[in-house]
Design a protein around this ligand. Structure first.
Ligand code: PRX
Length: 634
């Protein structure tokens, strides 16, 4: 471990020298003056005074060396469309999009909300924003209108870029009515909405505010839009994520630090070299998509594969065939997808020539040992689990094979990544844990380049949420439990807060509770995450009704449950839909009225909830047990 240890030690003890070297990986229009400005902790400003541009680094810079290399391979198994773009073609498309945006008044510092399915235009729109110095905020296409409205009101965009429809599992999802509803719900009035017409929606939606992209693209076909040279710490994007409250947080990212961090990660963690092909099966609505579908592979001169579809359509061999057909070298997905693939006919994997594939990367949720063992055996390639968050933008824990190919430990995403000063701490005292002791995973100041700069529009929330939760310490809390062994490997043991992870999607249980409370039958509700063999976790809801007598019959209860899950679909989107909504007459609470969520989750997973000396009425636990029992498969 000597090489890794020395590398990590230098990054922590001499961060200025370490990151000064790494900064040479990207193009600086104006060199930076200071590597790290620590004058206002816990805020860290990297590469101050330096001017650069993400789009220049991702696209323009490659025009000299690799204009004819594929930059993007787009495959949709939903529409049967395949499109390829060289770096020169990507440059042209991004310039067209940037020119259209500019003609609509988009300028440096403005926000552009992107609500798009997985289509090439999503990449063009993100890069066009980066080019103009506008701040993109991509909202996952599976989110429902009220969710979208909340993000519109927080980001206050000057433009929304959307499409007529998305597609998933063979079903077309009309976007225009969602946009229409979101716009009418939002207090902020967005001046323009640009629509990419995929001609998928069954009916043409025409609202006076909708602008069709295609004729505008034609109009600006030969446009060249210069890159805005941004100061390294200007915002590049805002990406909303869930936390403890129902109000989503806008994670704000910088420009220079992010570019440097991603470029370095491509060598030390992903071992991706210019000319390689990388397939990250995620969505541009998530951080993995931002970092490893769009920015990192392009900055490093790779070919990135963007995929619309599921892993099992037309059949469970599709991803392996893509590896063969496009000679994919690096693949990155979430454990959920592998748990799905594990259930497919093994012949489907064996039939494909996977010789191009060097490494499989997995992140987003715990990688369970059986799945890890299955995939490494059947693939016969290194599998690199990596642990990180929307907030950090790139891995915190991983085996950094580009530094030293340490032996993986089953069930652990590995050791702290260079730049991250990781300490597990006692939840009550804030003191460091001994090896083998469970604690909160914390990061010392400063966070390395690329991590969130602040919460969009709310510096106080950044400090209060992330830097004030560990007693007696000013450290960043990941809100994850973990345990570290003597050699440094960390195992993740779940969240310390009310965030759950369903099929790799991060959801706040409070958001789901708020959606359910909106139904007038509901008096009180508790949502918890419980183990699920495929999705990692599933949400379960327990509700107390206002008028329980109305729902006495099984039929009335079943109808109500369907209505309640539909409410979540409408408010948040179907990804947040609870697996079950149970009806009880009281919820377990402390005498001071705090919901005992951990006790509910323990019962739902068949564990002992432990001693609960502060519980108001122990009968409430029995109610949860009864409800679970009544619904258990016989
Ligand atoms: O709980 C951890 C879990 O996912 C959370 C972050 O989710 P998100 O913001 O969507 O970012 C995902 C970026 C990969 C973490 O707080 N998590 C992420 N990766 C892992 C993980 N849990 C266990 N193992 C992982 N590799």
């Amino acid at each position: 471990m000597t090489r890794y240890r020395e590398f990590h030690r230098r990054s922590i003890e001499a961060p200025d020298a370490f990151w000064r070297d790494e900064a040479a990986r990207i193009h600086w229009h104006t060199p930076f003056e200071t590597v790290l400005d620590r004058s206002n902790p816990p805020f860290a400003r990297w590469f101050t005074g330096g001017r650069t541009n993400l789009c220049h680094n991702a696209v323009d810079r490659h025009l000299a060396d690799r204009p004819q290399q594929q930059a993007l391979i787009y495959i949709s198994t939903e529409t049967g469309i395949e499109r390829r773009y060289t770096y020169a073609e990507l440059y042209a498309e991004v310039n067209r999009m940037a020119a259209v945006m500019r003609s609509l008044g988009v300028a440096r510092g403005d926000r552009v909300l992107i609500y798009l399915p997985m289509i090439p235009e999503a990449m063009f729109a993100m890069l066009a924003c980066a080019r103009l110095g506008a701040i993109h905020s991509v909202v996952f296409g599976g989110f429902a209108a009220p969710n979208l409205a909340a993000r519109i009101d927080d980001a206050k965009p000057v433009l929304i870029v959307t499409a007529d429809a998305g597609a998933r599992g063979g079903k077309v999802i009309d976007y225009a009515p969602l946009i229409d509803e979101a716009l009418s719900r939002a207090a902020h009035k967005t001046p323009h909405v640009l629509m990419i017409d995929r001609q998928l929606a069954p009916e043409k939606f025409s609202a006076p505010y909708l602008l069709d992209y295609e004729p505008l693209r034609e109009q600006f076909f030969d446009a060249h839009v210069p890159c805005e040279w941004l100061e390294s710490n200007e915002p590049s994007y805002v990406l909303y994520t869930s936390g403890t409250t129902g109000r989503p947080k806008g994670v704000q990212r910088d420009v220079g630090g992010y570019a440097v961090a991603l470029a370095a990660s491509m060598e030390y963690i992903f071992e991706g070299r210019a000319g390689d092909t990388m397939f990250t099966a995620s969505d541009i609505g998530w951080v993995v998509g931002h970092s490893y579908i769009i920015y990192a592979p392009l900055i490093a001169g790779l070919t990135t594969v963007m995929y619309e579809g599921t892993p099992i359509r037309p059949d469970g061999g599709i991803w392996w065939r893509l590896v063969e057909q496009y000679k994919i070298n690096l693949m990155f997905t979430a454990p959920t997808a592998l748990r799905v693939l594990k259930k497919q006919d093994p012949a489907l994997m064996k039939a494909a020539d996977l010789s191009s594939l060097r490494t499989l990367f997995l992140a987003g949720e715990p990688l369970d040992e059986p799945t890890a063992a299955w995939v490494s055996q059947s693939l016969g390639k290194p599998v690199v689990d990596n642990y990180w968050q929307t907030e950090t933008g790139w891995p915190i824990l991983a085996i950094q094979r580009g530094v030293e190919a340490l032996t993986p430990k089953l069930g652990s995403p590995g050791v702290p990544v260079y730049g991250y000063n990781v300490t597990l701490r006692d939840e009550v005292t804030g003191e460091p844990c001994a090896p083998g002791e469970k604690g909160v995973i914390t990061l010392a100041y400063p966070l390395p380049p690329g991590c969130m700069s602040t919460v969009w529009g709310d510096d106080a929330r950044f400090v209060d949420t992330y830097w004030s939760s560990v007693p007696n310490q000013t450290v960043y809390s990941t809100f994850d439990w973990g345990v570290q062994d003597e050699t440094g490997y960390v195992t993740i043991l779940g969240r310390t807060d009310d965030v759950i992870n369903v099929a790799g999607h991060r959801l706040g249980t409070r958001e789901i509770e708020e959606a359910l409370s909106g139904h007038n039958a509901v008096a009180e509700v508790a949502v918890v995450g419980v183990n699920d063999p495929v999705k990692g976790q599933a949400a379960l809801a327990f509700t107390v009704l206002r008028d329980a007598d109305r729902y006495a019959s099984d039929e009335a209860r079943a109808k109500l449950e369907a209505e309640l899950t539909a409410t979540v679909d409408r408010q948040l989107g179907s990804i947040a839909r609870p697996a079950r909504v149970h009806i009880v007459s009281m919820l377990p609470k402390t005498r001071s009225g705090k919901l005992l969520r951990r006790a509910i989750a323990a019962l739902a997973e068949g564990r002992d909830p432990g001693d609960l000396p502060t519980i108001e009425d122990p009968a409430a636990l029995q109610q949860i047990r009864d409800a679970l029992q009544a619904s258990a498969p016989r």
